[in-house]
Design a protein around this ligand. Structure first.
Ligand code: GDP
Length: 442
C-alpha cells in the first residue's frame, strides 16, 4: 500500500531504473505500478483510465524505448501529463474595473472556507486592495466570531448580522455596506454542512441568484480523498463554479483528490492552502504541483519561502558572500537561527527536490534539538575556524564538542556538510536559484 501518490510513482520509476534498455514488457510493468499508485492515492477510476491512456501511448512510443534513459523519459511523460491534467493556470480573481467584485466561497464544513476568506483578504491587502468579509455562514455557531477574529487580526472589515437568520439578506446587506465603504472586493463566507444536502445546495443557489457573485469558488479539503471528489461533483452540478481552492496541502495529502477534483469540475484550481496561517495561500501552479507529486520538488516555492524569512538587505549580503565564496559557518549559523522556527525547516525541505524524505525528520523535536546543537557547536568555534573549518583538527574537534556539550561526530558531520554545501551555495547565488527554477519549469 502506498502512502502517497509520489511514493507510489517513485517506486514505479525505481523499478524501471537500472533495467538498462527497456522492453515493451517491462515498461508495461512500470506503467501498471503507476496506475495502481494513482488508484491507491484516491484518484478516481475514470481519471486514472484517461490519464494512463495518454501516458501509455507516449511511453510505448519508439523514442522512449530506444532512449538511453527510459525511466527519465517516463518521469517526464508522467510529469507533462500531470501538468496538462492540472492546468490551465488561472489564479486571477478577475477583479472588476468598477464597483466591488463579489467572491463567494462554498464547500463542506471544515474544508477551510472561513480560513481561506482571511487568506484571500490578506493576499488582497498585500496588493493594497480593500476587501470586506461577509459572515454568511449561519450554520456553524462559531463561524461568525471566527471571521471577526480573522478580520481583527488582518485589520479587514467584517460584516455580520448575528440576529438575522437569512443568509441571502446578510449577503445583500454586506455587499451594499462594502460598496458604500468603497471596498473593491467582497468575500462571502457561506455555510457548509458535514455532508452535502439539498437544503445547503438550495441556500447556496439562492445566494448565487440573488447576490450574483462574480466568482464562485469551491473550497476543498485536500486531505479527504474520494469524499472531496464526491462533494466537488455535487457542488459543481448545483452551482456554476469558477474555480477551486484546495486546502491543507501542507499535510500528507495524498494528492489524488487534486487530480480528480480538477477532472470532475473542469474549472481551474486557483489557489492552494498550505497551512493554518493567513499567509499560507499560494497561487496554484500545475508544474510545481506535478513536480511535488513526483517528488521532483518545487524549487520555486522553496525560493519564495526563503525570500519571505530573510529580508532584502540580509539576502543581498548573503548572496554576495556566497557568490564570492566568502560564506562562512558564521553566516550559516545566522541562517539556521532564522529557519530554526518550528516547522519551517521541514516545510522548506519538503519543497526541495529529493529532500521530501527528510521533511518528517526535520519537523521532529529531534530536528529542533539538532539545529540547537549545530548552532552550539558553531558558537564554540573561533572566528578563524568559522571562516575556514578546514583548520579544525581532531583535538579542536573534541574541544569544540565538549564546549558545546555535543558528541564529537556532530562537529565532524557539521564540518563535512558545510564543505559539501559551500560550492552548491556559491553556484546558487546571484540569480542562480531563479535560473534553476526556470529550468525546472521547462
Ligand atoms: P470552514 O468550516 O470551512 O469554515 O473551515 P475552517 O476555515 O474553520 O477550517 C477548518 C480547520 O482547517 C481549521 O482548524 C483551520 O485552521 C484548518 N485549515 C484551513 N486551511 C488549512 C490549510 O491550508 N492547512 C492546514 N493545515 N489547515 C487548514
Amino acid at each position: 500500500m502506498f502512502d502517497s501518490l509520489s511514493e507510489g510513482l517513485q517506486s514505479a520509476f525505481k523499478s524501471l531504473r537500472g533495467k538498462g534498455k527497456l522492453t515493451e514488457g517491462n515498461m508495461r510493468d512500470g506503467l501498471e505500478i503507476v496506475r495502481k499508485s494513482l488508484l491507491e492515492a484516491d484518484v478516481s477510476y475514470p481519471v486514472v483510465q484517461d490519464f494512463m491512456g495518454h501516458v501509455t501511448e507516449r511511453a510505448l512510443g519508439k523514442r522512449v524505448l530506444l532512449s538511453l534513459r527510459p525511466h527519465e523519459e517516463l518521469v517526464s511523460i508522467v510529469h507533462s501529463e500531470l501538468v496538462s491534467l492540472l492546468g490551465p493556470v488561472d489564479s486571477s480573481l478577475h477583479l472588476r474595473k468598477e464597483g466591488p467584485t463579489i467572491i463567494m466561497l462554498c464547500g463542506l464544513q471544515g474544508s477551510g472556507k472561513t480560513t481561506t476568506c482571511g487568506k484571500l483578504a490578506q493576499l488582497l491587502k498585500e496588493e493594497n486592495i480593500k476587501a470586506t468579509l461577509v459572515a454568511a455562514d449561519l450554520q456553524r455557531p462559531a463561524a461568525i466570531e471566527q471571521l471577526h477574529v480573522i478580520g481583527r487580526q488582518l485589520d479587514v472589515p467584517v460584516y455580520s448580522e448575528p440576529q438575522n437568520k437569512n443568509p441571502v439578506e446578510v449577503c445583500q446587506n454586506g455587499v451594499a455596506k462594502a460598496k458604500a465603504d468603497g471596498a473593491r472586493v467582497v468575500i462571502l463566507d457561506t455555510a457548509g454542512r458535514l455532508a452535502i444536502d439539498e437544503e445547503l445546495m438550495a441556500e447556496l443557489s439562492r445566494i448565487d441568484k440573488k447576490v450574483a457573485p462574480d466568482q464562485v469558488y469551491l473550497v476543498v479539503d485536500g486531505m479527504t480523498g474520494q469524499d472531496a471528489v464526491n462533494s466537488a461533483d455535487a457542488f459543481n452540478k448545483s452551482l456554476e463554479l469558477d474555480g477551486v481552492i484546495m486546502t491543507k496541502l501542507d499535510g500528507d495529502a495524498r494528492g489524488g483528490a487534486l487530480l480528480s477534483v480538477k477532472h470532475v469540475t473542469g474549472v481551474p484550481i486557483k489557489f492552494m492552502g498550505t497551512g493554518e496561517h493567513m499567509d499560507a495561500l499560494e497561487p496554484f501552479r500545475p508544474e510545481g504541483m506535478a513536480g511535488r507529486i513526483l517528488q521532483m520538488g518545487d524549487i520555486v516555492a522553496a525560493a519564495r519561502e526563503a525570500h519571505r524569512i530573510v529580508d532584502e538587505k540580509e539576502r543581498e549580503e548573503l548572496e554576495a558572500k556566497m557568490a564570492a565564496g566568502d560564506f562562512t559557518l558564521d553566516d550559516f549559523k545566522k541562517m539556521m537561527e532564522k529557519v530554526a522556527k518550528p516547522g519551517l525547516m521541514g516545510k522548506m525541505m519538503g519543497l526541495m527536490p529529493g529532500m521530501g524524505q527528510f521533511k518528517e525528520a526535520l519537523e521532529s523535536e529531534e530536528a529542533a534539538g539538532g539545529i540547537k546543537q549545530t548552532i552550539g557547536a558553531i558558537n564554540s568555534m573561533t572566528m578563524a575556524e568559522r571562516r575556514n573549518p578546514k583548520i579544525i583538527d581532531a583535538t579542536r574537534r573534541t574541544r569544540i564538542a565538549n564546549g558545546a556539550g555535543v558528541q564529537t561526530p556532530v562537529v565532524s558531520q557539521l564540518i563535512k556538510q558545510f564543505e559539501i554545501m559551500k560550492p552548491i551555495m556559491q553556484g546558487m547565488a546571484g540569480g542562480g536559484v531563479a535560473d534553476r527554477a526556470r529550468m525546472m519549469q521547462q
